[in-house]
Write a protein that binds this ligand. Sequence first.
Ligand SMILES: NC(=O)c1ccc[n+]([C@@H]2O[C@H](COP(=O)([O-])OP(=O)(O)OC[C@H]3O[C@@H](n4cnc5c(N)ncnc54)[C@H](OP(=O)(O)O)[C@@H]3O)[C@@H](O)[C@H]2O)c1
Length: 242
Amino acid sequence: MSDKIEKIALVSGANRGIGAAVVAGLAKAGVHVLLGARDLAAGEATAAPLRAAGGSVTAVQLDVTDPQSVAALAEKLADDYGHIDILVNNAGVGLDYVPGMSPVEKMEATLAINVVGGLRLTEAMLPLLEKSAAARIVNVSSELASFGLRHDPAWEHHDKVMPIYAASKAAVNALTVGYALALAPKGIKVNAICPGYTATAATNFMPDRTVEQAAVVILQMALLENDGPTGGFYNDQGALPW
Ligand SMILES: NC(=O)c1ccc[n+]([C@@H]2O[C@H](COP(=O)([O-])OP(=O)(O)OC[C@H]3O[C@@H](n4cnc5c(N)ncnc54)[C@H](OP(=O)(O)O)[C@@H]3O)[C@@H](O)[C@H]2O)c1
């Protein structure tokens, strides 16, 4: 564990699953991590053991669908730190298989969290990221959004049909490309990643891929050096087709 905090990161949806593993990994790398959680008590329960293990982790209340929650957090971080260096847009849902909702309701709810929520958080944090010497934004996407892979009959997930989730993550990918271009003059790198099909509550804890394995590519993109890529889509094996 590093003694010297050199960077500050905010991770959304970090009280459990892949987000919690990203927080642990960033803390281990010596980053001060703001652990975003809709339920602050749940966030604190995840943060406490990480702090006990020597990590510099602070739980913060964050619901990406709630403009007041996002604005209040931006104000708090401006007061407490004046800047942040890393934003991981990890909060996300897949509602395709949820019973009792129409496809339109599923789409509206999914877009509100995965797309509008991530955009809201990015926009609120941009003034703080612009004050960093080398800011990084990592958008947690999914291979299910890859048109290139979707059209490959040999692709291992060819049978997974989740059009609503996939459409939301395709929008995340489009935002990634656009923001990467717009923010390049400011030295802010923006990349989309797929963590891989991982055992979390979102997948009913299938298959056996761990959240630590899923976090690897997120950590890589969060801690990119200045000569690293921007505007790309990656998993832990390398670049993914759009
Ligand atoms: N697991 C996979 O196989 C897989 C594959 C590809 C991509 N992903 C992506 O990876 C990311 C993390 O997923 P996961 O598998 O770790 O799922 P998870 O265990 O269900 O965690 C999702 C997290 O998002 C939070 N969240 C939900 N709605 C939110 C909102 N409105 N505001 C803020 N946070 C909110 C949840 O908070 P609560 O605890 O309060 O609900 C939770 O912390 C998602 O973007 C997902 O799409 C996952």
